[in-house]
Design a protein around this ligand. Structure first.
Ligand SMILES: Cc1cc2nc3c(=O)[nH]c(=O)nc-3n(C[C@H](O)[C@H](O)[C@H](O)COP(=O)(O)OP(=O)(O)OC[C@H]3O[C@@H](n4cnc5c(N)ncnc54)[C@H](O)[C@@H]3O)c2cc1C
Length: 454
């Protein structure tokens, strides 16, 4: 064999896998067709969070009067916003490229495709290995909406290149990517309409977490339609019209641009998985908790297995797969602390179980919540949308889920992740000192309610 471990894909999951395997003493190659850097850095987390910072500041500038301030002649310049983002991304990407070029690994910049269970075709060559870790990520999926492809649409990749904000935009979809970008464009002055099939936006999570975000969107002038069914799209001149049903009636929305943010699909085209006998399910490479596919020495990590398309989870999965490929004792991926953050304003952050999950899996729980509009620090900040919610086991009081929709949710959730890591209870949370006045102390209020109930 040429290598102990060959990692296909050098994004977040692949780099973590390669680094872990090499540290365990394995001879490792990374095959990546490029561009090097991975989704998170090039077109995902980092560029979107960089541009959201501009729209968040712009939104605060519009509220200047509320805080006794005045701002004159404010405007948003998408070209300048994207220039700032490009500068940051170039820095992040060059660091990742440096890491991939580390002589600890053999980096091969080619397309990879299986020839058999132990061999890959890489460029014109054959590469053999004892173990393979597939970490090829995901790409934007196409959806069969009548007339959508013909009318033309933008994707999350395209909007990162725009130099001028469109006058109007219809956003299809309401997952994290869709809602973050919808609010970005709405805030920089694009007339924005969001159309979503489910009853509420961010439909994977609990409804009560989505409603404050929808309310904020509407206050900011966005039109939000939920419980819809897309019928067709038509284009006339420069205007696109989306027809859909809503409240049992046919409706339509028109705009200059459409942002298609309906979802992504795992990158398996061209991998020739059948030559290795690797099973897929609806386009996802199927894995167990050890990140193993049905072929024991072939693993799949990150977006390509479709379990949870989040960077730190892709990294953890990469580490688990590399550990199992190189060590005798095996490790399992632990999803008890599954976390997600949506960087809207208000942001939404969750760790552990949702009420939806508890109900569908018949897991008993107690819950309590507390609103930000009754919390001193959030009132001082003028950020009163949303609430915090805790779920705990009815016998022990162990916290099994924590959810925040409100200011700094993405930061505050880490207090709960830490507590849950140590299997903390609502009684523990009350005992831990909290500085006053801080946003973090709001989490002790539902904990007090639950402690009393228990
Ligand atoms: C707009 C947007 C915003 C996001 N924001 C966040 C966020 O705020 N927080 C968060 O946690 N997550 C976010 N995500 C999700 C996150 O970016 C992904 O979950 C994560 O980057 C996936 O990492 P990965 O290693 O699985 O794949 P990738 O980083 O995509 O790496 C896959 C690599 O495989 C290579 N490759 C593919 N096919 C082949 C082949 N056949 N041969 C060789 N090489 C190949 C590619 O070139 C690529 O380098 C966001 C995603 C998007 C789209």
């Amino acid at each position: 064999m040429d290598f102990d471990v060959v990692v296909i894909g050098g994004g977040s999951a692949g780099y973590a896998a390669a680094s872990t395997a090499q540290s365990a003493g394995a001879k490792v190659a990374i095959v990546d067709k490029g561009p090097l850097g991975g989704l998170c850095i090039l077109r995902g987390c980092m560029p979107t969070k960089a541009i959201l910072r501009s729209s968040d500041i712009f939104s605060l500038m519009r509220r200047a009067k509320e805080f006794g301030l005045s701002v004159q002649n404010s405007s948003a310049d998408l070209a300048a916003i994207n220039d700032r983002k490009n500068q940051l991304i170039a820095e992040f990407a060059s660091y990742r490229v440096e890491q991939l070029n580390d002589p600890r690994f053999t980096l091969i910049q080619e397309n990879a495709s299986f020839i058999s269970q132990n061999a890959l075709k890489v460029g014109g060559k054959t590469l053999t290995a004892k173990n393979f870790i597939i970490a090829t990520g995901s790409s934007i999926a196409e959806f069969p909406v009548n007339g959508l492809a013909e009318s033309g649409y933008l994707t999350s990749d395209d909007i990162l290149e725009l130099r001028q904000a469109p006058e109007s935009m219809i956003v299809l979809g309401a997952g994290p990517v869709a809602v973050e970008l919808a609010q970005f464009f709405c805030r920089i002055g694009t007339r924005t309409t969001l159309i979503q099939r489910s009853e509420h936006i961010l439909s994977k999570g609990d409804e009560d977490l989505a409603r404050p975000v929808e309310a904020r969107f509407r206050e900011e002038g966005m039109e939000v339609f939920t419980t819809t069914k897309l019928l067709r799209v038509e284009k006339s001149g420069a205007i696109r019209t989306v027809f859909f049903t809503h409240d049992g009636k046919e409706k339509s929305a028109t705009a200059e641009t459409i942002l298609q943010a309906l979802g992504r699909k795992p990158n398996i085209d061209g991998l020739n998985l059948s030559a290795a006998g690797v099973s897929t399910n609806r386009g996802r490479v199927e894995v167990d908790q050890k990140m193993r596919t049905n072929i024991p020495h072939i693993y799949a990590v990150g977006d390509v297995n479709g379990l949870h398309e989040i960077v730190h989870i892709a990294i953890e999965q990469g580490e688990v797969a590399a550990h199992n490929a190189t060590q005798k004792e095996s490790r399992q991926f632990d999803d008890r602390l599954k976390t997600s953050v949506t960087f809207t304003d208000p942001p939404v952050a969750s760790v552990g179980l949702s009420e939806k999950e508890c109900r569908s899996e018949s897991i008993p729980y107690l819950t309590a919540s507390y609103p930000f509009n009754d919390h001193g620090k959030s009132m001082c900040l003028g950020e009163t949308h949303g609430h915090v919610k805790l779920l705990c086991a009815p016998d022990s009081g162990e916290i099994i889920g924590a959810h925040i929709v409100g200011p700094e949710a993405g930061e505050m959730i880490h207090q709960m992740i830490t507590l849950m890591h140590y299997k903390g209870t609502v009684h523990d949370l009350i005992k831990i000192p909290h500085y006053h006045p801080t946003l973090s102390e709001i989490l002790t209020y539902p904990a007090e309610k639950l402690s009393k109930k228990l």
